[in-house]
Design a binder for this molecule. Structure first.
Ligand code: PEP
Ligand code: MG
Length: 598
C-alpha cells in the first residue's frame, strides 16, 4: 500500500476498453458476473462394484475433454501480447500436467474403486486432500499450485456433469456474464429480462451461440482475449454488441455516452414498429417474403410482432438442450403445433435435427462424437438422423401430426447427396403410413420436403437436387464456412469469413438459378439474409424469400422498400463479373449509398 492512501480504501477503478467481435447488437450496462469461476455443488452417489469400470471410463472421458479444452486455450494464449502470453502459458501447462498421470488422476481412480463413489465426488475428495498438503507448505508458489488443482478439478467436474459453467438461469438484476466460453445451450438458459448481455474469450460471429444471442436480443461480444483475468466480479461494465467493445469500470462520462446510445437504439426499435403492417415491396412493385428464423419458443411472439410472413427456419435443436433424456414424439408435436397455432395460418418450416459441429446437446452425446477430429465434417445433421432412424422417425411423426394443423414444410439440414433426400422421403412415407394405421390424421399430400443448400457440393449439384427436393433454403452460415474453410465459431479466423467472396456468391447464384429453372421455391435463411447491406445483391441474384432473426425484419424491410429491383439486378450482374471481394464490397456499398439508406 502507498503511504498517501487511506487505509482500507479501494483505489479508484480505472476505465479499460477491450475489443472482441460484436455478434449481437445493443448496449448492456450492469454488474459483471464472472461465469467460469462459479462453485459447483456435487453430491455423493454410491456405485455398485460392477459400475466401477464404467465410472472410471466417465472420468477418463472428462480428463480427455479437459485436456482438449486446455490445449485449445494454450494455443490461443500464444496470440496474447508478450508477458501475458508467457504467464498464461505457464499456468495452462501446469494444468495440463495435472491431467497427465498425476496424483490427482491416480487418486480419483483409486477412490472410485475403493470407496465406490461417483467420479465427481471422488475428484472433490481428492482435491481437498491434495489441497491440505499444499496449504501446509510455507512456499507461496507451491501454495498457489493448490489453487490450480482446484481450478482443474472444477473443469473436470463441469465436464462430467456436462452442465453449463454456471446456472445462468438463476442470474438477475441485469448482470452481464463474462465467461471463457458460452455454449448455445447456456445461451438458451439466459433470460433477457434478467441478464443484460454477455462477453466471452472464445467464439465466432456465426456460431450458434451468436445466433442464439441475436434471437434473444442479448447484446454480446465474443472473442475478447484475456477477458476473465482483467475483469473484477460485480464491478460495473458495458457491453456494446454493435461495435464489439467491452468497457470495464466506465467513467461517469463514458456511462452517460452509452446510456444515451442505448436510449437512441430503443427509440429506433419503436420507430421500426411502424413498419410492421407495411408490405416488403420494392419501389417498382416486386413483393418480397420476409420470414423469421426461430430457435427458441419465445420467438413466435417476436416473429408476429415484427410482421413475419411465416417461419422460414425452425431450428429444432433447442428441444434437446439442457436435459438428459430425448424429447418424445408428443412433446415435439406439442411444440410444433404451438408454432403452427402461434403463426395463425402462416407457413412454418420445421428443420430436422441439426446437431454436431458446435451444437451437441447432452442427451445426444452418445450418438455423435463430441471429440471427432472434424465435427463440422462429421456425423452431423441429416447424416446423424439417417443413421439413428429413431431420432428421425420421432421428429417426422411429430412434424406430420403438426402438419395436419396448418401449413408445414419439412427441411433437411446439411444435405449433400440426392440419396439423403430420397431416403428421408421414404422415411417420411413410412412414418405417415404408421401414423395412419394408428388412426392419426396426416395430411394428403404429405408436406413439402426441402433441402438446405449449405454444403458447396449441394450448391454445385443444385440442378439434380432440385429434381428431388420440393424447395431449397440457402444456409449461408455453413455455406461460407465450408466454401472458404473458415470455422464459423473460431474468432481467430473470423476476419476471413467473407460473405462477399466471389466463390460464395457464385454458389448462391447457382442454387437460385437451378431452383428457378425447376420452378421450386428457394429462400435464404443464413445470417446474411438479415443484413440490410446485402439485400440489394440478394434480390438482384433472384431471391424473393428471406428468413432472418425476427428483430432484423424491419431493417431489411425498410431497405427493400427503398430499392428498385431493376437497378438492383443490374448491380448484381456487375458484381458477378468481379473476382475481388474488395471490389464487390465497394460496388455494393456504393449502390446502397445511392438508395439513400446505407
Ligand atoms: C446456415 O448454416 O446458414 C443455417 C441457417 O443453419 P445453421 O446456422 O443452423 O447451421
Ligand atoms: Mg447450417
Amino acid at each position: 500500500m502507498r503511504i498517501d492512501e487511506t487505509p482500507g480504501a479501494e483505489p479508484p477503478a480505472i476505465e479499460k476498453r477491450l475489443t472482441g467481435i460484436g455478434v449481437s447488437p445493443g448496449i448492456a450496462i450492469g454488474p459483471a458476473y464472472l461465469g467460469d469461476r462459479g462453485e459447483i455443488t456435487v453430491s455423493e452417489n454410491r456405485i455398485a462394484e460392477a459400475a466401477v469400470e464404467s465410472e472410471r471410463g466417465r472420468f477418463a472421458e472428462a480428463v480427455a475433454m479437459s485436456v482438449k479444452q486446455l490445449r485449445k486455450l494454450r494455443s490461443r494464449a500464444t496470440a496474447l501480447p508478450g508477458e501475458a502470453s508467457d504467464e498464461i502459458g505457464y499456468v495452462l501447462d501446469a494444468h495440463l500436467a495435472m491431467l497427465a498421470n498425476s496424483r490427482l488422476v491416480r487418486g480419483v481412480n483409486q477412490r472410485i474403486g475403493r470407496q465406490r463413489i461417483n467420479a465427481e465426488r471422488a475428484i472433490q475428495l481428492e482435491t481437498d486432500e491434495i489441497g491440505k498438503t499444499f496449504a501446509a507448505m510455507a512456499d507461496p508458489y507451491l501454495a498457489a499450485r493448490g489453487e490450480d488443482i482446484r481450478v482443474v478439478s472444477g473443469r473436470l467436474i463441469r465436464n462430467l456433469l456436462r452442465k453449463p459453467y454456471v446456472p445462468y438461469s438463476g442470474l438477475s438484476g441485469g448482470a452481464i456474464v463474462f465467461a471463457e466460453e458460452v455454449t448455445p445451450a447456456d445461451t438458451a438458459l439466459m433470460d433477457p429480462r434478467r441478464i443484460g448481455g454477455f462477453a466471452t474469450e472464445f467464439g465466432g460471429p456465426e456460431g450458434h451461440t451468436a445466433i442464439m444471442a441475436r434471437a434473444l436480443g442479448l447484446p454480446a461480444v465474443l472473442g475478447v482475449p484475456d477477458l476473465l483475468d482483467r475483469a473484477q466480479p460485480d464491478s460495473e461494465v458495458i457491453v456494446d454488441g454493435t461495435t464489439g467493445t467491452v468497457i470495464l469500470n466506465p467513467s461517469p462520462e463514458t456511462r452517460e455516452v452509452y446510456r444515451l446510445r442505448r436510449a437512441a437504439l430503443q427509440r429506433e426499435r419503436r420507430q421500426f414498429g411502424r413498419l410492421r403492417r407495411l408490405p416488403a415491396v420494392t419501389r417498382d412493385g416486386i413483393e418480397i417474403t420476409l420470414e423469421a428464423n426461430l430457435e427458441l419458443p419465445v420467438e413466435v411472439e417476436h416473429a408476429m410482432a415484427h410482421g413475419a410472413a411465416g417461419l422460414g427456419l425452425v431450428r429444432t435443436e433447442f428441444l434437446y438442450m439442457n436435459r438428459e433424456d430425448l424429447p418424445s414424439e408428443d412433446e415435439q408435436y406439442e411444440f410444433f403445433a404451438s408454432l403452427v397455432r402461434g403463426m395463425e395460418g402462416r407457413p412454418v418450416t420445421l428443420r430436422t435435427l441439426d446437431v454436431g459441429g458446435d451444437k451437441l446437446p447432452e442427451p445426444l452425446a452418445g450418438y455423435a462424437a463430441a471429440d471427432a477430429a472434424n465435427p463440422a465434417l462429421g456425423l452431423r445433421a441429416i447424416r446423424l438422423s439417417l443413421r439413428e432412424r429413431r431420432l428421425l422417425d420421432t421428429q417426422l411423426a411429430a412434424m406430420l401430426r403438426a402438419a395436419n394443423k396448418g401449413r408445414v414444410r419439412i427441411l433437411l439440414p446439411m444435405v449433400s447427396t440426392l440419396d439423403e433426400l430420397r431416403r428421408t422421403r421414404e422415411a417420411m412415407e413410412q412414418v405417415a403410413r404408421r401414423l395412419r394405421r394408428r388412426g392419426v390424421a396426416v395430411p394428403d399430400p404429405l408436406p413439402p420436403l426441402g433441402a438446405m443448400i449449405e454444403v458447396p457440393g449441394a450448391a454445385l449439384a443444385a440442378d439434380a437436387l432440385a429434381g428431388e427436393a420440393d424447395f431449397f433454403a440457402i444456409g449461408t452460415n455453413d455455406l461460407i464456412q465450408y466454401t472458404l474453410a473458415i470455422d464459423r465459431t473460431d474468432e481467430q479466423v473470423a476476419h476471413l469469413y467473407d460473405p462477399l467472396h466471389p466463390a460464395v456468391l457464385r454458389l448462391i447464384q447457382f442454387a437460385v438459378e437451378a431452383a428457378v429453372r425447376r420452378r421450386i421455391p428457394i429462400s435464404m435463411c443464413g445470417e446474411l439474409a438479415g443484413e440490410p447491406r446485402f439485400a440489394a445483391l440478394l434480390l438482384g441474384l433472384g431471391l424473393r424469400e428471406l428468413s432472418m432473426a425476427p428483430q432484423s425484419i424491419p431493417r431489411v424491410k425498410q431497405r427493400i422498400r427503398s430499392l428498385d429491383m431493376v437497378a438492383a439486378t443490374r448491380r448484381a450482374r456487375a458484381i458477378m463479373d468481379q473476382a475481388d471481394s474488395g471490389r464487390i464490397a465497394a460496388l455494393l456499398d456504393d449502390f446502397n449509398a445511392t438508395v439513400g439508406t446505407a
